[in-house]
Every structure is written in C-alpha cells, then in structure tokens.
Design a protein around this ligand. Structure first.
Ligand SMILES: [Mg+2]
Length: 319
C-alpha cells in the first residue's frame, strides 16, 4: 500500500457537512464559511529531519522550506495567502538554529503576506508541521479534476533543478562549481508560484504543484480528471545548469524527482490567448508540454519513441 492508497483506504470518507466544498484528495481543502464571500483554503504538510531534510540542515533552510511546501499547495489552488499555524517538535532548544529557522520562516511569510497565528511546540525528534490557510472566490479555486481531452498541458519555470541540487550536495553529480549555488538554492529555497496560481484561476482547467515529480503529479491530475496525456519530452523546460548535466542524468530528474514546486496545469484551447495575456507578468514563463487526451495513460514521447522513466516519483511507504 502506498501513501495515496493509505489515504484512500483509511481516511477518505463522504463529507458530512455542507460547508466542505472539497475534502481529502486535492492540494488543499475548500471550506465555505456561512456568510463569508470567500471560501477558505486549508492545507498541511510535515517535514521530518532525516526524511525531508538532512540531519543537521541549517535552521534557515528548514524554516523556509517547511512554509514553502505549504504555500505551494495554496498556489496550486489559486489561493490568496491568509495565515498559518506552526507545530514544532524540537529535541532541545538550540538558539542559533532557532534564530535561523525563524528568519527563513518569516522571510517567506513576509514575501507572500502570510501571518503566523498559532501552533504548538513540543520536545521530541526534530519535525515541523505547518497548516496554511488561504482564500478563493466561491467557484474560483483551481482543482486537479477539471482537465478535459483537448486541453493543453503547461508547467511553470524549470524542472529538475532541485534534483540537481540534491545530487550535487550528495556528491553524485559533478557540475561546474559556478552552477552549485543556483541548483542548491532551487532545492533549499523554492519559490512557490503564489501570484502565478492566482492569475491562472479562471484560465487553467486543472492545476497541481510539482512536489513529487511531473510524472506523479500530472498523474494525479489525470486520475482526478479521468483523462490521459501525451507529453513531448523535447519541450521540457530545462535550465542551462540542467543542459550541462543532461548527458549524465538524462530526462529522469526533471520527470520523477520532484521538489521543484512549480505549477503543472491544463488550459482549454479557447483560453490559450488568455494565458498568453498573463504570461509577460511572470519571469518564470509557462511552458507548453503536450496535450490532454482521452483514456487514462500518460505517454511520454522522445521524438518518435515512447519513453519510460526509471520510477514514477517520490512516494512514502512505497516498496
Ligand atoms: Mg500539492
């Protein structure tokens, strides 16, 4: 049983409350509060030392990334950030580490206008759980389930740079030294696409953030929407750092590693001009990868050949 099967089997139930517009199974839940003119968007993520970040990772990077992964889920819903809760489990009070953690946390919180409004602090193994809240107009959220055959598939920014950062830090990849800092920054301090997500609301038919890799996360859109897709790998947006590593690593880090926190989304053909209209506002760019098709398969093409990556993405409890 994998992570998603576990959630389906044990924790997915029919909603009992009319206020629950969208429950378990998307990037965030949607709640309609009586009398409010916007829906509440709620998401949570846990980062554990030794699992999601290395033993001894700097406090700044842990604080920043713990919030970034949650903000990225708000972005994938097209939400406007509101507030967050912080649950921190610490083995001891390490003042220098906590000062860095605080700085990383609030640097991103300030950048996206999120207020810390509560939480809990306990003694235990180092782990960080953040619950982030945002808002959307009723009916305005981006979901995973809206893709239809004929829609185009896009991704923001570059893919695979976080993977290159991971391989560089672990000594498995020897990039030129001047490329180390950019790829490590992409791994440690991803830029959640919060403005982009809000601009895509009303244009995209479905969206998800890329936490587990394009193959896995686009796969979630396909499953939720009941469709397939054909992707042209030669359209993958790869940075100059990735180009420098391509002969060594091939396509897979851009397809199955994850941690990019870019947005993958689909756009109906009639809304492609609207997408072109907002694109100049965002330096990350929106890159066309291929098309949604009938069926349920994700087909990756490298020219005339069908390509199969080594594994389909990060998944706790797999294997
Ligand atoms: Mg997500």
């Amino acid at each position: 049983m994998d992570e998603f099967g576990l959630i389906d089997h044990y924790f997915t139930r029919p909603s009992r409350r009319p206020e629950v517009v969208l429950g378990v199974g998307d990037d965030a839940a949607l709640l309609a509060l009586p009398g409010a003119d916007r829906h509440l968007v709620v998401t949570t993520d846990t980062l554990i030392e030794g699992v999601h970040f290395a033993l001894g990772a700097p406090g700044y990077d842990v604080g920043y990334k713990a919030l970034a992964v949650n903000v990225s889920d708000l972005a994938a819903m097209g939400a406007r950030p509101l507030a967050f809760l912080l649950n921190l489990s610490l083995p001891a009070i390490d003042r220098a580490w906590l000062a860095g953690f605080r700085e990383g946390l609030f640097t991103l919180a300030d950048a996206v206008a999120l207020d810390l409004v509560g939480g809990d602090t306990v003694r235990g193994p180092l782990s960080v759980t953040i619950t982030a809240l945002g808002t959307v107009p009723p009916g305005g959220a981006l979901r995973r389930s809206g893709a239809r055959a004929g829609d185009r598939v896009y991704v923001s920014g570059f893919l695979g740079e976080a993977a290159l950062g991971f391989f560089t830090r672990s000594g498995r990849l020897a990039l030129p030294p001047e490329l180390h800092a950019p790829v490590l920054a992409r791994l440690d301090r991803p830029l959640p696409r919060i403005q982009e997500g809000q601009a895509l609301a009303g244009i995209a038919s479905a969206a998800i953030d890329i936490s587990d890799g394009l193959v896995a996360d686009l796969g979630h859109i396909l499953k939720a929407s009941g469709v397939g897709a054909e992707i042209d790998l030669r359209r993958l947006p790869l940075s100059s750092a990735y180009d420098a590593a391509f002969a060594t690593v091939g396509y897979d880090p851009a397809l199955v590693f994850g941690d990019d926190y870019e947005l993958c989304f689909t756009v109906p053909p009639e809304r492609v001009p609207a997408l072109a209209g907002i694109t100049p506002r965002f330096s990350c760019g929106f890159h066309y990868l291929g098309d949604i098709v009938a069926g349920h398969e994700l087909v990756l093409r490298d020219g005339q050949d069908v390509y199969a990556p080594a594994r389909s993405g990060y998944n706790h409890f797999d294997g």
